[in-house]
Design a protein around this ligand. Structure first.
Ligand code: CO8
Length: 258
């Protein structure tokens, strides 16, 4: 088992779980944590035993943003040369669906990390925000792009220009999170969602993720064409005939491709 210093990693019932674990800094995202999350998620992505990845924090905080202590030491030439935080892009290239379970603060890079997930389950006490403006900077892990695509210009401008935090109820209303549950149920519900996704035909789930992802990256015409080609290609797998046969025979499907 790989040794990690900033995260906890476990796997059960086809779900690989990554728990952010830097309580002393409210799970601030430093470069070590970034490397560890991306490495652990990459290993889960490559495993035939895993059908979904769950990313979570603690009861108090999902993540309070990029590590300000680490960032404060940086200058422009160094950040540019290192292409600071580019590694997070690798997380978004994984094909295994990712579920985020968010309790407490998801701020700055924490909100942006949650938005890299495919499904966000939030506790009712969770709060989301892009407070970078209060530090004299702007979102840098995708906030200006993913938040705007999720919630539209009006809310994204409001959150990014003022730095105001929104609560889970508003986050669900504006389309930032998928589900809101009682704080005590967040991890259980997110695990249930991840296990349900992991129980599906793996190529179908992966292609579904890719097809929805294409909606963010292409024109409507290109996206529709991509989706149709994915749909056609699923007819080359036994899971398609099994899924449709099971429906007609009124029984649960037995997926072959995991
Ligand atoms: N980085 C480093 N340390 C942090 C961070 C952080 N983001 N957030 C909290 N901490 C530390 C505090 O400094 C404190 O440490 P210590 O005990 O040594 O003083 C400890 O965690 C506990 O924090 P607080 O005492 O502040 O806890 P509170 O419960 O009073 O407040 C808050 C909780 C409201 C979450 C508060 O900690 C806070 O406002 N944190 C900062 C939130 C923030 O501004 N986040 C945005 C950071 S910038 C960012 O994310 C940019 C991402 C893109 C980078 C892209 C690069 C290319």
């Amino acid at each position: 088992m790989t040794d990690y210093s900033t995260i906890l990693v476990s796997a059960e019932a086809r779900v690989g779980r990554i728990t952010l674990n830097r309580p002393e800094s409210l799970n601030a995202l430093n470069t070590v944590l970034m490397e560890e999350v991306v490495r652990a998620a990459g290993e889960f992505d490559a495993s035939t035993e895993i059908g979904a990845i769950l990313i979570t924090g603690s009861e108090k905080v999902f993540a309070a943003g990029a590590d300000i202590t680490e960032m404060a030491e940086q200058d422009h030439p160094g950040m540019y040369a290192a292409d600071w935080f580019r590694r997070w892009d690798d997380l978004t290239r994984l094909r295994t669906p990712i579920v985020a379970a968010v309790n407490g603060y998801a701020l700055g890079g924490g909100c942006e990390l949650a938005m890299m997930a495919d499904v966000i389950v939030a506790g009712e006490g969770a709060s989301f925000g892009q407070p970078e403006i209060n530090l004299g900077v702007i979102p840098g892990m995708g906030g200006s792009q993913r938040l705007t695509r999720s919630v539209g210009k009006a809310k994204a401008m409001d959150m990014i220009l003022t730095g105001r935090r929104i609560h889970a109820e508003e986050a669900e209303r504006i389309g930032l999170v998928s589900r809101v549950v009682a704080d005590a149920d967040t991890l259980t519900e997110a695990t249930r969602v991840a296990e349900l996704i992991a129980s599906k035909s793996k190529p179908a789930a992966q292609m579904a993720k890719e097809a929805v992802g294409a909606a963010f990256d292409s024109s409507l015409h290109q996206g529709l064409s991509f989706e149709r080609r994915m749909f056609h290609s699923l007819f080359s797998l036994e899971d398609q005939s099994e899924g449709m046969r099971a429906f007609r025979e009124k029984r649960e499907p037995r997926w072959r491709h995991r």
